[in-house]
Design a protein around this ligand. Structure first.
Ligand SMILES: [Zn+2]
Length: 275
């Protein structure tokens, strides 16, 4: 199959671009649970015109197969965030996932790509899930001194400490870590202290869920770093690596681009199957 050839080429090339070893095929979906209206493009794409405004899709991603139901990010639901932002078409992320046909208690794993409120806050809506976070990300933001202006909130840190006490937290020790057969997480995007992104094999090849390490398709198309990054050079290198791994940009899924739902068909409104 085509992706197999690509994988061999990639591993011959070696280095940080090496593709994950082909694994079992999963179904991968994007599920929208809200929208944010009128967001300035300059907050998303470095150097973009601040007068240009965009609507953002707020989504979680679901990877299903091999007896696992893996959510990538968990969205938000606490009132403080609903009060603070102009949120449209909101559903609690667990309700959006339930509408899709997956009960919250059936989610076996959650990969938290980073601890920003809109990706991490919903983690306790899924009571049985193991929760995977980069160790360095967790340890950094557990220090209250690092929370100011960070987009990470004390209530969410307290929630993850509860999940840790329940024995459900899994701290990931860095780059290229496999969390299920054929599902791998990567660091280097530097959206936050140690943000991660996720790859999974599908029938059409390797899908890469970039989350906010790539905000929009435009970041990749114009080769522009995300506006919010600790390191623009690392961020671009991570974007390049994602495209190399996926054998092109088609199956690289950005964190907030509503075009995900027009590029891919879904089973319902606000659902896209990544294939
Ligand atoms: Zn973010």
């Amino acid at each position: 199959m085509k992706w197999w050839t690509g994988a061999i080429v990639m591993s011959l090339a070696g280095g940080p671009g090496a593709a994950p070893v082909p694994g079992p095929e999963y179904e991968v979906f994007a599920i929208q649970y809200a929208r944010l209206e009128g967001f300035p493009a300059s907050a998303l794409i470095l150097g973009a015109d601040p007068a240009r405004k965009l609507d953002l899709s707020m989504m979680v991603w679901l990877i299903r197969g091999e007896g696992r139901v893996i959510l990538v990010d968990a969205g938000f639901y606490r009132q403080q965030f609903l009060d603070a932002w102009k949120v449209a078409d909101f559903s609690k992320p667990s309700d959006a996932v339930a509408r899709f046909g997956v009960k919250p208690e059936q989610v076996t794993d959650i990969v938290i790509t980073h601890l920003h409120w809109d990706h991490a806050d919903g983690a306790d809506l899924f009571p049985n899930a193991r929760v995977w976070i980069q160790r360095e990300e967790y340890e950094h933001y557990r220090n209250p001194a690092n929370l100011a202006q960070s987009g990470v909130f004390p209530d969410d840190i307290a929630m993850f400490e509860r999940i840790e006490r329940e024995g459900r937290l899994r701290l990931v020790p860095g780059d290229s870590q496999t969390i299920a057969r054929g599902v791998t997480v990567f660091t280097g995007g530097r959206h936050t202290r140690e943000s991660q992104y996720v790859s999974a094999w599908t029938a059409r090849g390797l899908a890469v869920i970039a989350s906010d390490n790539v905000y929009l398709y435009e970041n990749i198309a114009r080769h522009r770093p995300i506006a919010a990054t600790w390191d623009t050079v690392s961020n671009l290198a991570a974007q390049d690596r994602m495209v190399r791994m996926a054998g092109g940009d088609r199956l690289v899924v950005p964190g907030h681009d509503p075009a995900v739902f027009t590029r891919f068909r879904g089973t319902a409104r606000g659902v896209a199957r990544i294939e």
